[in-house]
Design a protein around this ligand. Structure first.
Ligand SMILES: CC(=O)N[C@H]1[C@@H](OP(=O)(O)OP(=O)(O)OC[C@H]2O[C@@H](n3ccc(=O)[nH]c3=O)[C@H](O)[C@@H]2O)O[C@H](CO)[C@@H](O)[C@@H]1O
Ligand SMILES: C=C(OP(=O)(O)O)C(=O)O
Length: 430
């Protein structure tokens, strides 16, 4: 199993190209199930999660053709992928595939809308909480679906004549269930109103792509989304938006090590709250043409308290990385996690590097230390694993991160991107 070896202590200087967003690419790829025409997606990142989803869609009858691999001078590459699903050949998404990644559960929306039935295994994904699917079931039921859970599978049927528009108010904000409602309601008869919808940029990106395919969605990016159902969707061409979590991760890495880096191909507006927290921690963060420049030269890292919240709040997917940064702050900070009940597994691994963190319920108190020391550590989930990389970059000596398959789910060519900016980071294949 691969490991990542880091020798800490170098500042980061240079340019880091930001890839297309994993969490936008996944629902966009799933949307290809909604049409018999070709959906073309540009800027699709090369990640384990994307490759797995391509396999899952192949199982449903989607023909996938990858082209346009384009090397950039800075080491990123985007791919253009064409998806064509003339007919859905299988409406079952099996346990073996769905249990590996939570987003694969989202195929339930298009399968149900286009074929009138879906049998989808209960999902897996990062072990960061219980992650139930009750909101998906309630939302789809509001569109007339009849749903049962049997043998670990969610079995859903549309009423005769297909899904019908309805009104659903989410009792709690859910990104995934909002994606699924957008896809399902786009092909329902009549009008759907979703209240307390997720407002994440990835929702806006999916709505834009669906509208390019002929859907009639308004209000994406606000709490109320209205969808006028249409009879069929057509093909379209759409570019995946930049990855705001990858952007924030590298911005925090620079704030941690010091240095001067331009994050290229991204947009500060996607992560205002996180960038503001990085500024308060002492880095200079400036939007520049086609990206963001992050600089910290000499100044201390200041302690900053954060609380994770749905967009536009501080993203839970940057919580572990920010905690990594705070381990070196010149004072006490607090990190409160409100989205997932078990997203603190990086705490004990950061402690191996010398971090001082105490947990009390959903809040971590971080007593900043003046130095971290390299150590063997274990990745426990996707974002936790990259928080260990950030800490390792600033630690004295060697840090060895094991279980890097977690990292490969969401960070494209991480060691190459950091290496080009002066970090000593390499992958060791045993
Ligand atoms: C592939 C992808 O885009 N994943 C992101 C997505 O995950 P995901 O879409 O799974 O996250 P949700 O927004 O649905 O989850 C938010 C909260 O709602 C709860 N919930 C959700 C659905 C449900 O039926 N019942 C329920 O109780 C969850 O357990 C969690 O506590 O949004 C999360 C929150 O920003 C991010 O951390 C993930 O990176
Ligand atoms: C938690 C994440 O992914 P997933 O929802 O697929 O587990 C993530 O991207 O940080």
């Amino acid at each position: 199993m691969d490991r990542i070896r880091i020798v800490g202590g170098n500042a980061l200087n240079g340019v880091i190209p930001i890839s297309g967003a994993k969490n936008a690419a996944l629902p966009l790829i799933i949307a290809s199930l909604l049409t018999s025409d070709t959906l073309t997606l540009e800027n699709v990142p090369h990640l384990a999660d994307v490759e797995l989803l391509l396999r899952i869609l192949g199982n449903h009858g989607v023909d996938v053709s990858v082209n346009g691999r384009r090397e950039h001078q800075n080491g990123s590459y985007s791919r253009t992928i064409h998806f064509t699903c003339r007919t859905i050949v299988d409406t079952t998404a099996p346990y073996e595939l769905v249990s590996k990644m939570r987003a694969s559960f989202w195929v339930i929306g298009p399968l149900l809308a286009r074929e009138g039935r879906a049998r989808v295994s209960l999902p897996g994904g990062c072990a960061i909480g219980t992650r139930p699917v009750d909101l998906f079931i309630e939302g789809l039921t509001a569109l007339g679906a009849i749903i049962e859970i049997d043998g670990g599978y969610v079995e859903a049927r549309a009423p005769k004549g297909g899904l019908v528009g309805g009104t659903y108010t989410f009792p709690k904000v859910s990104v995934g269930a909002t994606h699924v409602m957008l896809m399902a309601a786009s092909l329902a008869r009549g009008k759907t109103v979703i209240n307390n919808a997720a407002r994440e940029p990835e929702i806006v990106d999916l709505a834009a792509c669906l509208n390019a395919m002929g859907a009639k969605i308004s209000g994406a990016g606000t709490s109320t989304i209205v969808i006028e159902g249409v009879q069929a969707l057509s093909g379209a061409r759409h570019r995946v938006l930049p990855d705001r979590i990858e952007t924030g991760t590298y911005a925090m890495a620079v704030a941690m090590t010091g240095g001067d880096v331009v994050l290229e191909g991204t947009d500060a507006a996607l992560l205002d709250t996180a960038l503001e927290a990085i500024r308060r921690a002492g880095a200079t963060v400036t939007p520049v043409e086609n990206g963001i420049r992050v600089v910290r030269n000499g100044s201390d890292i200041r302690p900053v308290d954060i609380v994770t919240e749905p967009f536009p709040g501080f993203p839970t997917d940057l919580q572990a990385q920010f905690m990594g940064l705070m381990t070196r702050a010149n004072g006490v900070s607090h990190v409160t996690e409100t989205i997932f009940e078990n997203r603190f597994m990086h705490v004990q691994e950061l402690a191996r590097l010398g971090a001082k963190i105490t947990l009390s319920g959903q809040t971590a108190r971080i007593d900043g230390v003046s130095r971290l020391r390299g150590a063997p550590v274990m990745a426990t989930d996707l974002r936790a694993s990259v928080s260990l990389v950030i800490a390792g970059l600033a630690a004295e000596g060697e840090t060895l991160v094991s279980r890097v398959y977690h990292l490969d789910r969401g960070f494209e060519r991480l060691e190459e991107k950091l290496g080009r900016c002066g970090a000593i980071v390499e992958r060791i294949s045993d």
